[in-house]
Design a protein around this ligand. Structure first.
Ligand code: ADP
Ligand code: MG
Length: 995
């Protein structure tokens, strides 16, 4: 209320932002007027002039207006120029409108510019790209597909080339050499996966400086930013290779789960049948009705998509009644009741949270006589019991503990596999969620309905589906490098984005990327007419109504765009249109280039285009002559999408640049959105008015109510993305540390310093533990020097003696660990240099770099595998009512720290042992591993919070800090750091000498 008044008086934030930009726009236009007097060459000379001024200390903001004016003026000069883009002849006809200049300012300032479809965002991006590329750094434009990267770079290249800047374009199959050339350009266009995978290859896999392709993460503008940072961000980028071992139990469990599933199916059918009989009996007693409702609830818990159940639930009154019963059963003080209701089932499954769980009855059925096989013991408690068992000798204790831990891991794998199998049976339907082709299980993309060959569900689910379908279970693959889209784009110094639809997700953009949304007004007022939604009881009635609508308008010649949320729906509608003899095109985001052409023609009289929501994104629909008089393009949505944003995107395809146009959505109570998240008030209305077959409901209030349902789904999806990110944040910190060290080893001009920096850490760690292991005396701990000498002589062939170690030790006690470390490492470094004195410089450098790289690659790979395992074991922790994230952070920290220590130790240990031939054969081995680039699809509800836990888990009290490369207690001056005396020399060659 207050904010409404505030907005009325002061305008929205965007309106205020826009208002503040007006003087800048006026300034740009004034400068541009002057520029019109110059010759082409004088305009071209501006680029060099700007660069010079930047070099002299002016900032990008200082020259923004002039630079934008130069771009605008260039456009003016280009008008009429003919050129070719992706094989099509084109003629330049654009000079930026004022609103486009505003969009450019918003982007330059690192915001998201929300500009409607057809406002010319492609051109808008050239303004800030030109300006920022004047710094000489690589500026990038991220597009949704390869075709748009190709099209936009060639199209906008007219401007850049005129002004003497180079533009490159990444494409899927390019070789590293070609990629490097694209990045070397001032401006690079490409898709998010191309950029992301290049980063992973550069930082995680390159074994030579020459292999690196990227040069900068300076400024990126993301086109269709909502699609990339929200829709695509649910799936991390993964480079994977095969894993040798696997001890999964899918094959063994599959027949058991199959029979469990059919028992449950029979049970549910019986329950549903009995309930139905009572509910249809008008003379049934209230007790009998109560009992029937409990039975329905049991079916809902046991098999939420059971056909009979869904049919019964078409009756809104029963839906409402069932919800009441469910919340009563679930409410806290009825804990016993929930168990009782579930105890008759073999297992329970929750469609919303995607959790599957055996009941006691199920455990007995699956493992008669041994139900414990399917119960997780409490690991800590059991170990504590063994450790405190007085009757056991220390050896027996260790043996018991090992045996117990082994059993534990077999059991946890079994439970995990079982839970995945239950999901595979109950929640994944063949030919809907996946198909089986050539004895392979192939995922069907939930957004586009496309098949995704080669992609696999994560966390064993795919293997569970393979077991269910009795096709060969494929080997689990191992992650070699991975990053989420979010974390990739956080690497950039400055990020900006543009799209027609960002406003509904503004909070997420702000929270996760620190990006603010500025809504830029349209060039001409939008006159689109949005009809109320029409709501039907069944899908069948809905589809009929849609086809009638299309037929009527088609007769008048009005062009129609019919958007669907799945390929299945497109196909049904297409069949129905065919039966009525209405010619149409069907698009489903398979062939971007061809579809772009078809969509571009969707505005011609009489054309009917059926398209899933991603098809043809990025191409705008211009009206052919005469179409405006017919009412312009009419957009029909065949369902509401899960997210309001996608619906806005669809509506936005008509009425561009002040054209007439209209839009309407059709909804049925059978749509997933309504079924899972819909408000039962809508159902109530249907009943109250006693609507008949084919009847529809329409009211502005109903639109709101549907949007509420959408908001609920959006909220849930947001928490999933946030959750994925929370988990990835842990990995991200680790990745940053490893990649930094790896990058240093690979490119540093003084690789020897990197190598001995690592050796220093290994020796430092060892000294710390020798200090800790020493004998405790009254006046302090005696340093265990024998242990240290033994270690040194094992690691280095230098015959260290206790008497050599003099620095930092006094009266047998450690007084300065750093001094002692330095004394040792200096000797090792000198010996190393001497022993490699006759190696040619180039080979020595290779050896030095690769001694570090080899240890990192070997151990990091193992670490990623361990992290994968840890991540999947987390879903089990839920049983113990602990927040998996907190546990995960804690354990991840432990294994990361020990991996880092192992890297240091291995590097030191290998120092005098590795040879060039051994290293290069390891390199070759790595290079020969088959690799796969996956932009993997997550399970819809993967990583969702377990029921019963608070939405926002409380932060743990102390979050462990991950040690950065140098993790001494008090990081003093490193040997290779510049000396604090200010001499400019390295510490070890200056004041640190002989210390
Ligand atoms: P968006 O990405 O915002 O949907 P596009 O960049 O694809 O829009 O441009 C849509 C259409 O508008 C293109 O055909 C383009 O030629 C045209 N256009 C863009 N800016 C201008 C302009 N300033 N003057 C004339 N036409 C323009
Ligand atoms: Mg666009």
């Amino acid at each position: 209320m207050l904010s409404a008044i505030f907005k009325a008086v002061f305008g929205t934030k965007s309106q205020r932002d826009v208002k503040r930009m007006l003087p800048l726009v006026a300034k740009i236009n004034a400068i541009e007027l002057e520029l019109q007097k110059l010759s082409d060459d004088e305009i071209k000379a501006k680029t060099a002039e700007f660069k010079e001024r930047l070099a002299k200390g002016e900032t990008l903001d200082d020259i923004m207006c002039e630079a934008f004016a130069v771009v605008k003026n260039t456009c003016r000069r280009l008008v009429g120029t003919e050129f070719e883009v992706c094989g099509q002849p084109m003629k330049w006809d654009m000079i930026p409108f004022d609103v486009q200049l505003m969009g450019g300012i918003a982007l330059h300032r690192g915001n998201i510019a929300e500009m409607a479809t057809g406002e010319g965002k492609t051109l808008v991006a050239t303004l800030p790209l030109y300006l920022n590329a004047l710094t000489g750094r690589n500026c990038q434009l991220v597009t949704v597909n390869d075709y748009l990267a190709r099209r936009d770079s060639a199209w906008m290249g007219q401007i850049y080339n005129f002004l003497g800047l180079s533009v490159g374009c990444l494409q899927n199959m390019q070789s590293p050499d070609v990629r490097r050339e694209q990045y070397a350009c001032d401006i690079t266009y490409g898709t998010n996966s191309e950029f992301g995978f290049d980063y992973l290859r550069d930082m995680g896999m390159a074994s030579d400086k020459e292999e690196l392709v990227q040069r900068d993460h300076y400024f990126a503008i993301i086109d269709e930013i909502d699609s990339i940072l929200i829709d695509e961000a649910r799936t991390p980028l993964i480079i994977s290779g095969p894993v040798p071992m696997s001890d999964s139990q899918f094959e063994e469990l599959q027949p058991k789960v199959a029979s469990l599933y059919s028992s449950q199916n029979l049970l549910c059918s019986r329950l549903a049948r009995e309930a139905k009989a009572v509910l249809e009996d008008e003379n049934a007693s209230p007790e009998a009705v109560d009992d029937a409702m409990i039975k329905l609830l049991q079916v809902k818990f046991g098999m939420p998509t059971h056909k009979q159940l869904l049919r019964i639930l078409e009756n809104g009154e029963i839906v409402r009644e069932l919800e009441k019963v469910e919340s009563k059963v679930r409410s806290d003080n009825n804990r016993g009741m929930l168990q009782e209701v579930q105890s008759e089932l073999f297992f329970t499954i929750d469609e919303k949270t995607n959790e599957a769980d055996l009941t006691a009855k199920g455990r007995e059925a699956i493992s008669p006589g041994n139900p414990q096989d399917f119960i997780m013991p409490d690991l800590l408690e059991e170990i504590h019991r063994i450790d405190t068992d007085e009757n056991l000798s220390p050896e027996e204790r260790t043996a018991r503990r090992n045996r117990f831990q082994e059993e534990f891991s077999v059991k946890s794998e079994r439970l995990h596999d079982l839970s995945q199998l239950l999901k595979a049976y109950c929640l994944f339907e063949k030919d809907v969620n996946y198909v089986v082709q050539d004895r392979k299980v192939m995922i069907v993309d939930e957004h586009t309905g496309r098949l995704m060959p080669g992609r696999r569900f994560s966390d064993g689910l795919h293997q569970a589906l393979e077991a269910k379908e009795r096709v060969p279970i494929e080997q689990e693959t191992q992650t070699m490098a991975t990053i989420t889209i979010q974390n990739y784009f956080r690497l950039y110094k400055k990020l900006a984005g543009m799209t027609g639809t960002a406003e509904t997700e503004a909070a997420e953009f702000h929270q996760i990327y620190k990006l603010d949304v500025i809504v830029i007004p349209t060039n001409k007022p939008c006159i689109r007419k949005d009809d109320n939604d029409s709501i039907f009881k069944t899908k069948r009635e809905k589809f009929n109504a849609i086809v009638n609508d299309v037929e009527e308008r088609h007769k008048l010649g009005q062009p129609i765009l019919l958007g669907t949320i799945s390929v299945e729906d497109s196909e049904i509608l297409s069949r129905m249109l065919k039966m009525r003899g209405i010619p149409h095109n069907v698009l489903n985001a398979k062939n971007h280039e061809r579809e772009a052409e078809i969509v571009a023609r969707a505005g011609t009289p009489g054309s009917v285009t059926v398209a899933t929501n991603m098809a043809g994104r990025g191409t705008d629909i211009k009206l052919a002559p005469g179409v405006a008089e017919l009412g312009g393009l009419h957009v029909i949505g065949s369902s509401r999408h899960d997210s309001r944003r996608i619906d806005r995107q669809l509506r936005g395809r008509c009425s561009r640049q002040g054209d007439p146009g209209s839009s309407k959505f059709y909804v049925s109570l059978e749509d997933n959105l309504m079924r899972l998240f819909g408000s039962d008030r809508i159902v109530k209305i249907f009943d109250r008015f006693g609507l008949e077959e084919g009847d529809e409901l329409q009211h502005p209030w109903l639109n709101k109510s549907i949007e509420t349902a959408q908001r609920r789904v959006e909220q849930q999806h947001f928490s999933i993305r946030k959750r994925t990110l929370d988990f990835d944040d842990v990995m991200n910190k680790q990745r940053e540390i490893i990649y930094q060290l790896r990058h240093d080893a690979l490119v540093s001009d003084t690789p020897m310093d990197v190598l001995f920096g690592v050796v220093e850490l290994a020796v430092g760690n060892e000294i710390q533990s020798c200090a800790a292991y020493g004998e405790r005396k009254k006046d302090g701990v005696v340093f265990d020097i024998d242990r240290l000498v033994a270690y040194l002589n094992d690691a280095f062939p230098l015959e260290f003696k206790a008497a050599d170690l003099t620095e930092g030790l006094e009266d047998g006690k450690l007084t300065d660990a750093d001094k002692l470390t330095i004394q040792i490492v200096d000797r090792v470094e000198k010996a190393y240099v001497d022993s490699h004195a006759d190696l040619p410089e180039e080979q020595l450098t290779y050896l030095v770099r690769h001694t570090v790289l080899e240890a990192i690659d070997r151990l990091w790979q193992e670490h990623l595998y361990a992290m994968d395992q840890l991540r999947s074991s987390m879903s089990l922790r839920v049983y113990a009512q602990k927040d998996p994230l907190v546990e995960y952070k804690h354990e991840a920290f432990g294994i990361f720290k020990s991996m880092m220590d192992q890297i240091y130790r291995d590097v030191a240990h290998n120092l005098f042992r590795v040879t060039i031939t051994r290293l290069s054969s390891f390199d070759e081995l790595l290079a020969s591993m088959p690799q796969e680039m996956i932009h993997q699809t997550f399970e819809q509800f993967d990583g969702a919070l377990p029921p019963g836990l608070p939405q926002e888990p409380p932060e743990e009290a102390v979050e462990p800090e991950i040690p950065v490369t140098f993790h001494r207690e008090t990081p003093k001056v490193g040997r290779n750091d510049p000396c604090p005396c200010g001499s400019g020399k390295k510490y070890k060659n200056c004041c640190g000498k002989n210390k």
